[in-house]
Design a protein around this ligand. Structure first.
Ligand code: DAH
Length: 337
């Protein structure tokens, strides 16, 4: 006869199981759980181990049933231990993730670059006068950058030292980074019939040494109007409207005689704002030779064109002394706009 009856073994196992599952399920933190684990499932002197030792005192015939009861209880306690571990880990992660008592994290919003702001503003002002905003390619051929604009082969503006010519296959037509946005005048007129009013703002490239007023890449505004009966007076009115709207207040525009191969007559225009005259850009009536080059009849339509530097008007408006600041990507500078 064994010293332990199957009945008392069953009672002990069930009691231990119920108690262990309750205690493990109630463990409030890692330390409490570890203590409970050692008490019930500790390898050397855990209470489960104590029950296991009783198995030796059972009758041989009762041992299979007692073993089954023991394994069942052990499985249930192990499962309760795992569940408690998962529960506490989840609670810890949740506590770390959301502390509802902390102030919220501010979003760091960037904003639009001052040059892009200027471009959008000019586009918006010109749209009010019916000028549609168009784009052109930055890699150009000689026709659009020079020839169609009546800038002949011998013109100094075509000098390789004054342009970024690209390496092309031998015998292929030379390509360059456009040196002016006047290219877009040609591209649009080749595609469309007059009347037209367009404005194009984009990058141009010239191998200038960077200083306070020069940069090898900068942006231009190009405007073009072609209609029957367009005059220099219209040109001046448009420039004055653009300048007043952009800078605010009353802006005066003055023309000085000048020369551009693609306008006749040609002028340079200055603007007076805040008591100071500043040179802004070039303009003129589109040369009849240019109209003819794109298949327009100079006897039927006339037009005016103008070009000015975006950096220059942005610097004027925002009081920036050195245009290189626009490209240094220093947020302390950029944040101000
Ligand atoms: N493309 C000229 C330049 O880069 C500026 C210019 C002058 C544009 C006269 C024009 C114009 O449209 O009519 O210096």
């Amino acid at each position: 006869m064994g010293t332990v009856s199957l009945e008392s073994f069953r009672v002990d196992v069930e009691r231990l199981r119920a108690e262990a599952v309750a205690v493990l399920g109630a463990a409030a933190d890692d330390a409490g759980l570890e203590q409970a684990r050692i008490e019930f499932a500790g390898a050397k002197s855990g209470r489960l181990k104590g029950i296991q030792k009783l198995l030796g005192g059972l009758d041989g015939a009762d041992r299979p049933e007692a073993g089954r009861l023991f394994n069942e209880a052990k499985g249930a306690i192990t499962a309760a231990l795992d569940a408690a571990q998962v529960r506490l880990a989840g609670a810890a992660a949740e506590a770390a993730a959301i502390d509802v008592t902390l102030p919220g994290l501010p979003f760091r919003l960037g904003h639009v670059h001052p040059i892009t702001q200027t471009i959008r503003r000019v586009q918006e002002i010109m749209a009010r006068l019916g000028f549609e905003s168009v784009d052109g390619p930055e890699v150009e051929d000689q026709w659009h950058n020079f020839e169609a604009l009546a800038i002949g082969a011998e013109h100094p503006a075509r000098d390789p030292l004054d342009n970024f010519y690209l390496a092309v296959a031998q015998g292929a037509d030379p390509l360059l980074l456009r040196s002016q946005t006047s290219t877009v005048q040609i591209r649009v007129m080749e595609q469309r019939k007059p009347p037209l009013r367009i404005v194009s703002l984009g990058r141009v490239y010239r191998p200038d040494t960077a200083d306070a007023t020069h940069y090898p890449m900068f942006h231009q505004v190009e405007g073009l109007l072609v209609e029957p009966g367009a005059t220099m007076a219209d040109l001046k009115g448009v420039l004055r409207f653009l300048a007043s709207s952009f800078l605010g207040g009353d802006v005066h525009v003055r023309f000085r005689p000048s020369f551009f191969p693609f306008t006749e007559p040609s002028v340079e225009f200055d603007m007076e704002w805040g008591g100071r005259w500043v040179e802004m850009g070039g303009a003129g009536m589109v040369d009849p030779a240019v109209l003819a080059a794109v298949g327009y009849d100079p006897a039927e339509v006339s037009g005016f064109a103008f070009g000015l530097g975006v950096e220059r008007i942005a610097a004027r408006r925002y009081g920036v002394a050195d245009i290189r600041d626009f490209y240094r990507n220093d947020v302390r500078f950029l944040q101000q706009f």
